[in-house]
Design a protein around this ligand. Structure first.
Ligand code: ADP
Ligand code: MG
Length: 704
């Protein structure tokens, strides 16, 4: 490998780089000189000027100069050497926790020092812990730095000095490297300002910012040079998704035409009329699938907005064309619920439903599989099992995925791939089903436009009429007894309640134990109630049975872990208590809360917290109390937790951005999309290079 790629761009051609260092650099995804130049500083520090001590702000990196006035070893909580340093404007404290005798002797009163480090807020003004320092005199001092000092993302065994040196060497060879402008002029229109900076100038500036460079802009990523690169990075990510979409859409899907008779039969037997938002989204899907270009569409809608029935209508259209439709749900409970709904809705249309889940085994499973393979079952509903094993479809025209959590790009693609692999018979491999993805809760706009750029998006932005809004109350756990009274009152009035136990550890066992303890406590305090307990450790069948008794009213109070988070629909439940609510993310809280407020009664959700509560936790509870709007909550969630958390920790790699920041640069996304499309049309030869430049060897989108 090294032998083959050993050319003038190889990282080992740099002074001081041998195989060992090259290996470490690989860990940072740095394989050649171009990679190095696109390894951009995280931040900058300013060692070009001396800051008067009186003007030093806490939490900034500064250079100061002064004379040691006092030097003493103090025995506080930790033994430390403390020096008071004074200049003509004021004094500050330097603290050294590690020091030797010689150091102590040299740092004596009267000595003059130049120090560099981060100022911290101390008891008496700012102080410095272990600053770097040099001895100075009145005549020949080392000059200060002439440029700002970049701080790079680093890894063990590679120092900042080393990275600075390597980037410096690479910059000198800039003109020999294939670092060309890859965005055609014609594409710049929307982001003229950002793209006016040339690529090379931007790289030079960012690795080597001149003393006059606007540090405050560089610090927050708003410098035009950073914006130039951020725009290109977002374009590259977008392109990689668009290319993927293109690749999928090269294979045809069956054209599934609208069948008005089937549609009307379906609509007429529904106990309600569709909202105008549901009708609009239904039209969007219908138009998509009547073409032979594969549909790749995401349906977003708030909790309870009625996504299922929209999916059912799409399935009706596919089935009316003689094709099969499959619906995959994230949990057993939800899959079961979908099955019950679909059976009711599809019976009048004479559509047979096949049903695959963990609890269907042996002979029963064979029968289901057979009906899927021979096409006698046109509608197939199930859990992940549906895509994970070799289920052979007779003629699948539409696959629908009801998402539990938002899958990251990578996961979603893997799922898609698996789906395709098992869905088509070898002879039909070239025909792919249309795809519909439904999210459990809304996705913040910026994430939808970046991580989901391969999908078209429909939004159901209206709730069915007659929904009562849910009153949300926030209570300290100390007032648990008041809440128990509330539960008693609600249940004796004939309504039902959920009590949700949460743990921060992602352990089914611990969570189940906590829920068991809570359930027995509650049973002691509320002996007159029938209390059920549901958690992830139960067998799928047990879970479904419990849910059914709750639905039938045989259980008054259901103590549950977050297994009930998604999709569960029991309209008579009008009260929900959530323990340790301060620890949960906003979207999860919103999703949980959406289990009540599904019927005609006034509903309430009580968020219990234990003090002390973090500022962030407090902010989340406040938002929950203030709004029921899932789209607003999604935006706030992004602001509080960042995209990595929202996509799920396992998916953070997906949106591993080097310089762009979805929050800061999100405003560019509509234009980014246009530009990426423009590049695809006007400079298709540059697409690979752009993706390679920014996504490097980890272009997982293309590989998935
Ligand atoms: P979600 O979007 O959260 O998946 P569901 O599809 O589960 O929501 O729908 C929530 C509830 O609202 C279900 O009981 C469903 O039957 C009902 N529903 C859906 N659409 C309407 C409508 N247009 N009018 C009244 N009820 C509706
Ligand atoms: Mg749903």
């Amino acid at each position: 490998m090294t032998g083959l790629s050993f050319n003038s761009h190889n990282i080992e051609t740099l002074r001081g780089v041998g195989p060992q260092l090259a290996n470490k650099l690989k860990k940072l995804n740095l394989h050649n000189l171009q990679d190095l130049l696109f390894h951009l500083p995280l931040r900058y520090i300013d060692r070009t000027q001396i800051t008067p001590i009186a003007g030093v702000q806490a939490q900034t990196d500064v250079v100061i100069e002064g004379k040691i006035m006092v030097s003493d070893v103090v025995f506080g909580r930790r033994r430390s050497l403390v020096c008071r340093l004074q200049d003509h404007t004021g004094t500050t404290t330097l603290r050294f926790f590690h020091f030797n005798k010689a150091q102590q002797e040299r740092l004596k009163p009267g000595t003059r020092l130049r120090c560099f480090g981060e100022a911290r807020r101390g008891k008496a003004g700012v102080e410095f812990y272990h600053p770097e320092y040099q001895y100075i005199n009145d005549t020949d001092n080392e000059p200060l730095e002439t440029t700002l000092t970049p701080i790079y993302p680093a890894t063990e065994g590679i120092t900042q000095t080393r990275l600075r040196d390597l980037c410096g060497q690479a910059l000198k060879k800039l003109d020999q490297l294939p670092i060309n402008e890859l965005l055609p002029q014609s594409s710049h229109i929307g982001l003229k300002q950002q793209l006016s900076f040339s690529l090379k100038a931007a790289l030079i500036l960012l690795h080597n910012p001149p003393p006059g460079a606007a540090l405050h802009l560089l610090a927050c990523g708003e410098h035009p040079a950073q914006q130039r690169l951020a725009a290109e990075e977002l374009i590259a990510h977008n392109l990689s998704l668009l290319r993927l979409r293109q690749k999928i859409q090269q294979q045809p899907s069956p054209a599934l035409f609208q069948d008005n008779t089937a549609k009307l039969t379906f609509l007429n037997q529904l106990p309600f009329a569709l909202t105008s938002a549901q009708l609009r989204v239904t039209e969007e899907i219908s138009a998509d699938i009547s073409s032979s270009t594969p549909m790749l569409r995401l349906v977003q809608g708030d909790v309870g907005s009625g996504k299922t029935v929209v999916a059912a209508l799409a399935a009706v259209q596919a089935i009316a064309n003689g094709k099969q439709a499959a619906l995959m749900a994230p949990t057993e409970i939800l899959a079961e619920q979908h099955r019950v709904n679909f059976e009711q809705w599809f019976k009048p249309l004479g559509i047979r439903i096949a049903w695959l889940s963990g609890k269907i085994k042996g002979k029963a499973r064979q029968i289901q599989l057979q009906s899927i393979a021979d096409g006698s079952a046109k509608m197939v509903i199930g859990t992940h099992a549906l895509f994970q094993e070799a289920v052979e479809f007779n003629d699948l025209g539409l696959s629908i995925i009801d998402e539990q959590h938002r899958f990251g790009v990578h996961q979603r693609l893997a799922l898609r791939q698996k789906g395709f692999a098992s869905q088509s018979k070898p002879s039909e491999r070239s025909i792919v089903p249309h795809q519909l993805i439904m999210t459990a809760t809304p996705i913040p706009r910026t994430l939808a436009m970046s991580a989901y750029a391969d999908l078209d998006c429909s939004v159901i932005d209206e709730l069915p009429p007659g929904r009562k809004s849910i009153g949300t109350l926030v209570f300290n756990n100390i007032r648990r007894n008041d809440i128990i009274h509330r539960v008693r009152a609600a249940c004796s009035a004939g309504r039902q309640a959920y009590w949700v136990c949460t743990l921060i550890e992602e352990s089914d066992v611990l969570e189940a134990q906590a829920a068991e303890v809570t359930a027995s406590e509650l049973q002691l305090l509320l002996p007159e109630l029938s209390i059920g307990l549901i958690h992830g450790r139960l067998k799928p069948r047990e879970k479904v049975e419990l849910m059914n008794s709750f639905k039938d009213g045989a259980i008054n109070l259901l103590v549950a872990t977050t297994v009930i988070e998604v999709g569960v629909d029991v309209p008579n439940a009008s009260l929900m208590i959530i323990e340790n609510a301060e620890r949960l993310g906003l979207s999860q809280l919103h999703q949980l809360r959406g289990r009540v407020g599904r019927g005609s009664q006034e509903s309430h959700c009580v968020l219990l917290y234990s003090s002390p509560i973090s500022a962030n936790g407090n902010a989340r509870l406040k938002i929950m109390r203030e709004t029921n709007d899932g789209f607003k909550i999604a935006e706030q969630d992004l602001a509080l937790r960042g995209p990595g958390e929202i996509l799920g920790t396992r998916q953070t790699g997906d949106m591993h951005l080097r310089i762009a920041d979805l929050q800061r640069d999100g405003h560019m996304l509509p234009e980014i999309k246009n530009i990426a499309e423009n590049v695809l049309i006007n400079a298709p030869q540059n697409v690979d290079a752009l993706i390679r430049r920014w996504l490097g060897h980890s272009d997982q989108y293309a590989q998935a």
